[in-house]
Each structure stands twice: as structure tokens, then as C-alpha cells.
Design a protein around this ligand. Structure first.
Ligand SMILES: [Zn+2]
Length: 189
């Protein structure tokens, strides 16, 4: 699946909008990305998971680990396609951790899977959870790379799409300056 095919799935499901948006952070952007909207379609989630599995099967992961909630659906699909377990880490008292009886050990080769990698901070935090069990993290994969720095990640990383989503303070927004009406994503115009 090439970049255009992935973007077509995002656009078709309303997961990628172009215009002038006010994000939940209060910042403005010309793009709105909500991967949950593409992943709500099981056939799209499966296709994206298969594509990521195809790029990572050489790493010979024994388990997929995703950060909750955003990574769970795509992690499940990558695990399905690779034929390995798919587990997730979730935040409790501010710390990402394994719960629900999920565990890892020194024999595990862990692939960290997320929907979107932005700074890579969540990827590193998820990798650290696996390492705290003595497991080996052998790579990271995400559907969308929003401008991560692979050098800082220090892990082999596979993504299906690179997508820049610049954000602006409202008083520095070029679209506001041009007088384009701003829309809150999710509200129907
Ligand atoms: Zn604006």
C-alpha cells in the first residue's frame, strides 16, 4: 500500500480534512488528522495493519506492544497479520504500564505500534515499558509519521505516510490572516 492509497483511505473516512481548523488544543491548522476515523472501519484497519506487518515482518517480533488508546486498534491488526500477540500499555497515576495480566520477558522481541508518531516521545515511553521487563525492543511502526526525528528515536522505524500537520497560534495563523472562516472538526458545516 503506497502513500497515496493510505491517504485515500484517510480522506474517504474523514480522518484527514483540509481547510482551516481549530484543534482541541486551541491551535489552528490547515489539516485535521483523526486516525480513529479510518480505524473505525475494520476492513481499513486490517489493510493498514497488513501493510505495516509487511514492512516489519523481517524484524521477527514475537509480540506487538501499543500505547493505549490510540495504538490499540492498529496494534491488534499488526499482531493479527504477523501472527503474534498484541498487547497494550496504559497510563495509571501518570505512568505507562502493563496491566490486565499482560506480561513480557527476556525472550520477547517487541515491536512498538502506534497510529501516529509525532515527536516519538510516546514511542520511547512504550519501549521503556518493554525494556523494564527485560524484553528487547526491535523496532517501531506507525501509520502516520507527523515529523518524528528517527535519530532521537534510536529504533528502526516504519511508517506508511509522512504528513506534516503545522499548527499555529490563532494570532499567528496565516489562514486567519487571509480571513478564511475557521471550523471546529467534528461539527458539521
Ligand atoms: Zn486560523
Amino acid at each position: 500500500m503506497d502513500q497515496d492509497a493510505v491517504l485515500a483511505l484517510f480522506r474517504q473516512s474523514g480522518a484527514l480534512l483540509e481547510g482551516h481548523f481549530k484543534l482541541s488544543s486551541g491551535l489552528h491548522s490547515e489539516r485535521y488528522l483523526q486516525s480513529a476515523l479510518v480505524l473505525q472501519h475494520p476492513e481499513f484497519a486490517e489493510a493498514l495493519g497488513r501493510a505495516l506487518a509487511g514492512r516489519t515482518d523481517h524484524l521477527q517480533a514475537t509480540v506487538v506492544l501499543s500505547p493505549a488508546l490510540g495504538g490499540i486498534v492498529i496494534g491488534q491488526e499488526v499482531g493479527r497479520s504477523l501472527g503474534v500477540r498484541a498487547i497494550f500499555a496504559e497510563r495509571q497515576d501518570g505512568t505507562l504500564q502493563l496491566r490486565r495480566g499482560f506480561t513480557l520477558d527476556a525472550n520477547d522481541r517487541v515491536l512498538v505500534v502506534e497510529d501516529v508518531i509525532t515527536t516519538g516521545g510516546s514511542t520511547r515511553e512504550t519501549a521503556a515499558v518493554a525494556e523494564s521487563y527485560g524484553a528487547r525492543v526491535i523496532g517501531a511502526a506507525a501509520i502516520v509519521d507527523r515529523g518524528s526525528d528517527p535519530a532521537r528515536l534510536s529504533l528502526p522505524m516504519q511508517t506508511l505516510v509522512k504528513l506534516d500537520v503545522p499548527t499555529y497560534q490563532p494570532d499567528a495563523c496565516p489562514l486567519c490572516a487571509r480571513g478564511v472562516a475557521v471550523v471546529k472538526p467534528g461539527s458539521r458545516a
